[in-house]
Write a protein of this length. Structure first.
Length: 129
């Protein structure tokens, strides 16, 4: 089975020794995406709403670089530093995914990289497989 490391200039570069995503012939496994601006590499300002929008934009770019998109996602994990932000993130997530409803876990964590408030990872089918 073919294994390929995925990268794109449409999402921020990995901040450690990992790939943005890894794909096989039929699946894409993304690393957790945090709200870094692809242009600056810094966490976006504006609180949970701005951060969630940036995370979803980064996740979309990584999925597309791997030959997938939100419609082919089968599982996500959402990490929040405050479950009080769940409703805001959930509304933006629902808007981004539309009619696609992948399996999902949401977990409150004590901290995320670079002081992020939200992180999302996904597993998706490669389109056409």
């Amino acid at each position: 089975m073919k294994r390929e490391e995925i990268s794109t200039d449409q999402a921020p570069a990995a901040i450690g020794p990992y790939s943005l995503a890894v794909s096989t012939e039929s699946m894409v496994y993304t690393s957790g995406q945090i709200p870094l601006s692809p242009e600056t590499g810094e966490v976006v300002d504006g609180g949970i709403e701005a951060q969630a929008k940036q995370v979803l934009a980064n996740l979309k770019a990584v999925l597309e670089a791997g030959g997938a998109d939100f419609s082919t996602v089968v599982k996500t994990t959402v990490f929040l530093t405050d479950l009080g932000d769940f409703a805001t993130v959930n509304a933006l997530y629902a808007e981004a995914f539309g009619e696609t409803k992948p399996a999902r876990s949401t977990i409150q964590v004590s901290a995320l990289p670079k002081g992020s408030l939200v992180e999302i990872e996904a597993v998706a089918l490669v389109k056409g497989t």
